[in-house]
Design a protein around this ligand. Sequence first.
Ligand code: ADP
Ligand code: MG
Length: 463
Amino acid sequence: SGKWARAMAILQDFEDKCGTPIGKLRQVADAMTVEMHAGLASEGGSKLKMIISYVDNLPSGDEKGLFYALDLGGTNFRVLRVQLGGTDKRVVDQEFDEVSIPPHLMTGSSEALFDYIATALKKFVATEGEGLHPASGRQRELGFTFSFPVRQVSISSGTLIKWTKGFNIEDTVGQDVVGELTKAIEKVGLDMRVSALVNDTIGTLAGGRYYDRDVIAAVILGTGTNAAYVERAHAIPKWHGLLPKSGDMVINMEWGNFRSSHLPLTEYDQALDAESLNPGEQIFEKTISGMYLGDIVRRVLCRMAEEAEFFGDTVPPKLKIPFILRTPDMSAMHHDTSSDLRVVGSKLKDVLEISNTSLKMRKVIVEVCDIVATRGARLSAAGIFGILKKLGRDTIKDGEKQKAVIALDGGLYEHYSKFSSCMESTLKELLGEEVADNIVIQHSNDGSGIGAALLAASHSQYL
Ligand code: ADP
Ligand code: MG
């Protein structure tokens, strides 16, 4: 019928605009490399902040002692306790707890958020084993993974540039987040010092390096997306400090804020951005990460309902609710292998209250998921390729095969297997077979927590 044809036209148009042929990905990667240079050259020189992390030494393996870590970055935060045994014993023991953040605290006051976190931390510290307590007169030390853009001032302080990923608390912006956390820690009567403030990408890089010397970069694909990598300090014109002994400096790219005219963006992306908490910002993140993918799918389905009566003569009301279709639901539909696509059917019913969908319709929905996930995965691969280009790791030099490992983490990467496998195969495609043999993508399962604890250890006040 005419309506079906109209729906197919919407789908086709969407697919065309989301296209990521290899040539386009190369342009995106080149633009990423150009922006990396610009962001390293001067403060504010690029959409990429290329934040100097003050981490100039990654874990060596000889870190020792009991350390805590706290990871705040999305809807949950995690508290972690690790006992490091040094070169031979490595991680002797680790325990963690995960606490969800009530939504009202994500847009409330800074004090309320940090009080909540400190309270949970205190509860966790109370479960510390008898033999583990610090010697008298000694403070516990914590690595704070804070996965929002921070202007780092030192390894243990930094001011919040802006919130992302659904957080929006005005009075934290411009504040030292370690100061905010420390105030709350003191208020609840906990004796603990924040020794390292790191981004989750930096934590993942540090955690990855602890287990594998060849780790040179880390990428997060979770609620948001970001990357960090090891840069040569002399290649950072905006760094006016002393050259670190190692010669290296870890850079937090904040690549979620990347944008380029080469990005394949659609009217759905524009609408999502315009209606978001941070319009005009985090455009790369909004096409790639877990917070947004499901909502792009919803927007396309909504258009099909409105303009082609795809779900019948009325638009299902739930379909109009932003973020109602979450990326895990999208992923479940996309991975549905049943012959009648019954997972798609039940998700539509349970999440969107749409019943009686035909197999033909369900196939269209899977197709929309596939277009959105494929674009996101291929663009993430282009971003990684951009980093490798910046480091000159996209070619084989003098026939020398130097292995490079990229640590990956985040719920999207971990759980959305069609996304991660597409990302990995696209990276191979970009690198070519010979170079691809030297580049390894390594899942760093919650490496950021361990990484933060390791950095707290290497920046301990008792060293
Ligand atoms: P954060 O990025 O908030 O620190 P995670 O790394 O755990 O947290 O990532 C959580 C995100 O991962 C969720 O917001 C969601 O978008 C995505 N995610 C979680 N589970 C799945 C899944 N099964 N399929 C696809 N995406 C998922
Ligand atoms: Mg995280």
